[in-house]
Design a protein around this ligand. Structure first.
Ligand code: FES
Length: 115
């Protein structure tokens, strides 16, 4: 069964959105029309990334930024480019996009790796 996360019109280009569902924390970023979804966990210390609600991006909206120690991640790959977790990756969440709705399989949310 699929669980709806959000409708694409709720996520503008160059912005991000935090999502909490069934106690799991994820976030989505949209860049050049493409949507990327990751677990909301910094590979450095495992903390949530945002510094304010839905604030996951740096000042230029070019990179994902961790609020704790400022690590910067590529939006498309989740790779940490700068910071204490350099070279590590945010963990992507497999999702489906159909009829303007982004959803995730219930089984994905139940995986032990889900946070
Ligand atoms: S917890 Fe994210 S950079 Fe340290």
């Amino acid at each position: 069964m699929m669980v709806k996360l959000f409708s694409t019109h709720e996520l503008k280009d160059d912005s991000a959105k935090g999502i909490e569902i069934d106690g799991k924390r994820l976030f989505a970023v949209r860049k050049q029309g493409e949507i990327h979804v990751y677990w909301n966990r910094c590979p450095h210390l495992g903390t949530p990334l945002e510094w304010e609600q839905d604030k996951f991006l740096d000042g230029d909206n070019a990179l994902i930024q961790c609020a704790t120690h400022g690590a910067l991640f590529q939006i498309e790959s989740g790779k940490c480019l700068v910071g204490p977790c350099r070279g590590k990756h945010l963990q992507p969440v497999p999702f489906e996009l159909a009829d303007g709705v982004v959803s995730v399989a219930e089984a994905v949310l139940k995986r032990p790796s889900a946070i």
